[in-house]
Design a protein around this ligand. Structure first.
Ligand code: R5P
Length: 253
């Protein structure tokens, strides 16, 4: 770790999306931030288009680390401010529950809505589960499209049924499944199967963060015609640019 320029009295912005190696990225941020302060930097800001570890917000299995809390504790110590896009907040209602430093939460909803407006005709927006409601509804409202969310109902130990929370007609429609992230892709694939069995003509998936831990081809093989993400994590699917969102957010800090 080495800086090639003087940082004395400067404000430093570290940009890091934590992929594909979140643990290594975290360590690199800490090394850079501590070194910058040691060299006289006035402030160190972390711009994390994708902020990793947030999904591990409880001990799901005995003995597991709650990595979100550990990550926050380390960053609280070394960073002065964090700016991020659509952080995964489920059990935490706000980033302030784990961060003691100021945080700024941006959303890619506007950029996604603009992309849909330019590239799709009369789509129906679907949130694949109850958590995705916040994205699906807001995006659908922006583009004045019909929307619904799916809800999983467990019928028995082995049988799960996807149900529409609000009935909308999918027959012969262009359907866009919207979520905050695609990790294994299983959530999107399940929703796509339900949309297909309801008669959808074609199916696209749009997410803010494309992690694709099991590859992108899995989604294509499952019959999803288009997979699109923002470039919070750089991928072949990154068609929605959020650089100006981060740049504007930094200006207003
Ligand atoms: C869930 O809470 C998230 O919003 C996503 O739906 C989920 O993380 C996607 O994960 P996967 O692609 O592995 O199903």
């Amino acid at each position: 770790m080495k800086f090639n320029t003087s940082l004395k009295g400067q404000k430093l912005v570290i940009i890091q999306s934590f992929q594909p190696h979140p643990e290594k990225s975290l360590l690199n941020i800490l090394f850079a931030a501590e070194t910058a302060k040691d060299l006289g930097a006035k402030k160190v800001i972390l711009a994390a288009p994708y902020l990793a570890f947030l999904r591990q917000d409880k001990r799901f299995h005995p003995g597991e680390a709650i990595t979100s809390k550990i990550m926050a504790k380390l960053l609280n110590h070394s960073i002065d401010k964090i700016i991020t896009i659509d952080p995964h907040l489920h059990r935490y209602k706000s980033l302030n529950e784990i961060f003691s430093i100021p945080t700024k939460r941006l959303t890619a909803n506007g950029a996604i809505a603009d992309y849909i407006r330019r590239n799709f005709k009369n789509p129906v927006i679907i949130g694949p589960d109850e958590e995705s409601y916040q994205w699906a509804r807001k995006i659908a409202e922006k583009i004045k499209a019909e929307y619904t969310i799916f809800k999983k109902t467990r019928l028995s130990a082995t049988e799960v049924k996807e149900k529409m929370v609000k009935e909308v007609t999918l027959k012969d429609k262009s359907v866009i499944i919207v979520d905050d992230m695609i990790s294994t892709g299983n959530t999107i694939i399940k929703a796509a199967q339900k949309a297909k069995s309801s008669g959808a003509k074609n199916i696209a998936a749009i997410a803010v963060h494309g992690l694709f831990v099991e590859g992108i081809s899995k989604l294509k093989k499952a019959g999803i015609n288009r997979v699109i993400t923002t470039n919070t994590i750089d991928n072949p699917t990154s068609k929605i640019d959020v650089a100006s969102l981060i740049a504007d957010g930094l200006k207003k800090l």
